[in-house]
Design a binder for this molecule. Structure first.
Ligand code: HEM
Ligand code: HEM
Length: 145
């Protein structure tokens, strides 16, 4: 299997990545900054529920995406030592996001919830930047090794 991902494979990762980031980012904004008038005072925006649902679904799809790059892309690039630094960061980031994300979903441990949420969205907002750097560096170093 080559390191370079097929066209549809790349589209899958980019689209899932965009939906994941936008749903998380929009939820964060609505949840912390927006209240609307309800019958008994200010309430959360009704779209929060749809956004976090989209986030949960795209998070699961991103785990499929992660699994899909391991056997070909990652293992071949790793053995050829290509783009290892930003690739390693990508894997670390995925590990932090999936652990913290599923921790938020399944564990109601209130004491850790706030800190886990902050870790999760700070790394989450960093993911698109890192992914962009990873792709650019990968393309730039093509054919050099
Ligand atoms: C591999 C990547 C990711 C995975 C596996 C993941 C997974 C999850 C899961 C399972 C939840 C809990 C959903 C719920 O409570 O119903 C969650 C919440 C959240 N995620 Fe992600 N996520 C990822 C990336 C991102 C990104 C890129 C952002 C961008 C900002 C983000 C922002 C958030 C926010 C703001 C929450 C709500 C936190 C809270 O409850 O206070 N996530 N994520
Ligand atoms: C979460 C894990 C990762 C994801 C989602 C990911 C995704 C991508 C994507 C979308 C591209 C641009 C498309 C392409 O050139 O095929 C790319 C390029 C590249 N990545 Fe990754 N990557 C990951 C991890 C890694 C790791 C761990 C390494 C190295 C050990 C690596 C090495 C490379 C290389 C060498 C390129 C340029 C390939 C080429 O010649 O086109 N990636 N990656």
């Amino acid at each position: 299997m080559p390191i370079k991902l097929g066209r549809y494979h790349q589209w899958f990762l980019y689209i899932v990545g965009v939906v994941l980031t936008l749903s998380g980012g929009a939820w964060l904004y609505l949840h912390h900054f927006i209240r609307i008038d309800g019958e008994f005072g200010p309430v959360h925006h009704p779209s929060e529920h749809l956004l976090i649902t989209m986030h949960g679904i795209s998070a699961a799809l991103m785990m499929v995406g992660l699994g899909s790059v391991l056997p070909g892309h990652v293992s071949r690039a790793w053995s050829m030592r290509r783009n290892v630094r930003t690739g390693g960061f990508m894997l670390t980031m995925m590990a932090i996001l999936s652990f913290s994300g599923y921790f938020l979903y399944y564990l109601g441990a209130e004491a850790f919830r706030d800190i886990t949420a902050i870790v999760h969205w700070v790394f989450g907002l960093g993911l698109p930047i890192l992914a962009w750097v990873h792709v650019q560096r990968g393309i730039k170093t093509r054919g050099k090794k």
